[in-house]
Ligand binder design. Structure first.
Ligand SMILES: Nc1ncnc2c1ncn2[C@@H]1O[C@H](COP(=O)(O)OP(=O)(O)O)[C@@H](O)[C@H]1O
Ligand SMILES: [Mg+2]
Length: 213
C-alpha cells in the first residue's frame, strides 16, 4: 500500500485540497483508495460526505484518524493522509511513522513562506526525513502567475534542497470541487483543462521511484 501525506504546520495552504484531489486521481484510475483525516476540523471527511450524493464515481474510504486508528480496508492500494495544521516537534515524527511520501503545499505569501522555512527546518531534522525513509516534495498553491510574490516564492523554493514539483493556480474550480465532493478531474473537462495540466508533475512524481524510500 502506498502511503502519501499532505502536511504543513500552516493552516489554509491546501492540504485538504491536495489530499482530496490526489485521492480522486488514483480512485478514478481504478485504484482502491482510503483518505485518512487527521485534522479535528474534518474537512476531508466532510468532502467525502458530499461525495455520497453521486452515483457512478469511484468510492473512497474515509477514516477518522483524529479519533481512531488508521486501518484501511484490506486490499487498499493508496492511503492518502490529510494532516492537521500546527504539527511540530516530536509530533512530526510520530505522524510520519507510516508515511513513505510527503507533499508540502505552500502559498505565495510572506507569512506562509516564513512558516514553511521553520517547518522545513523541523522536518529535515526529523529522523524519517533525514534518513530518507520519507520522501518529500513541495507544491506551490493558489498561485497568481506574474506576481512579484510568486517570483519570490519560486526563488525561495529554488534555493531549497527539496524537489519543487509544480504550482497550482488560484482557481474557482478547487472551490467547486471542494463543495461538491468531487475531484478536479471529475468536473467538466473543458472547465478544468488549465488546472488539470498543472497536476502532471505531481502525478509523475508520485508514480516515480523518486517519491518512494
Ligand atoms: N488552488 C486553489 N485555488 C483556489 N482556492 C483554493 C486553492 N487551494 C485551496 N483553496 C481553498 O483555500 C481554502 C484552504 O484550503 P485547504 O485545502 O482547506 O487548506 P488546509 O487543508 O491546508 O487548511 C479552501 O477554502 C480551499 O477551497
Ligand atoms: Mg485541511
Amino acid at each position: 500500500m502506498r502511503t502519501i501525506m499532505l502536511m504543513n504546520a500552516k493552516g489554509g495552504c491546501g492540504k485538504t485540497t491536495l489530499a482530496t484531489n490526489i485521492a480522486t486521481w488514483f480512485a478514478d484510475d481504478g485504484a482502491k483508495v482510503a483518505l485518512a483525516d487527521f485534522d479535528p476540523q474534518g474537512s476531508s471527511l466532510d468532502w467525502l460526505i458530499a461525495r455520497q450524493d453521486y452515483t457512478g464515481i469511484p468510492e473512497i474510504e474515509g477514516i477518522n484518524a483524529h479519533q481512531g486508528p488508521v486501518k484501511p480496508a484490506r486490499g487498499t492500494d493508496f492511503l492518502i493522509m490529510d494532516a492537521p495544521a500546527g504539527t511540530h516537534g516530536a509530533a512530526i515524527n510520530s505522524m510520519l511513522k507510516q508515511v513513505e511520501t510527503l507533499i508540502l503545499p505552500v502559498l505565495p505569501s510572506p507569512i506562509d513562506m516564513r512558516a514553511c522555512r521553520r517547518f522545513l527546518d523541523e522536518l529535515l531534522h526529523s529522523g524519517k526525513v533525514s534518513k530518507h525513509q520519507t520522501k518529500i516534495a513541495i507544491v506551490a498553491n493558489r498561485v497568481r502567475e506574474n506576481t512579484l510574490i510568486y517570483r519570490q516564492l519560486t526563488e525561495f523554493l529554488g534555493d531549497l534542497d527539496i524537489p519543487f514539483l509544480t504550482h497550482l493556480r488560484e482557481s474557482q474550480n478547487y472551490i467547486r470541487a471542494a463543495e461538491s465532493g468531487l475531484g478536479l478531474f471529475e468536473l467538466a473537462p473543458s472547465m478544468v483543462a488549465q488546472d488539470v495540466v498543472q497536476w502532471d508533475p505531481i502525478v509523475d512524481w508520485l508514480n516515480s521511484a523518486d517519491s518512494r524510500p
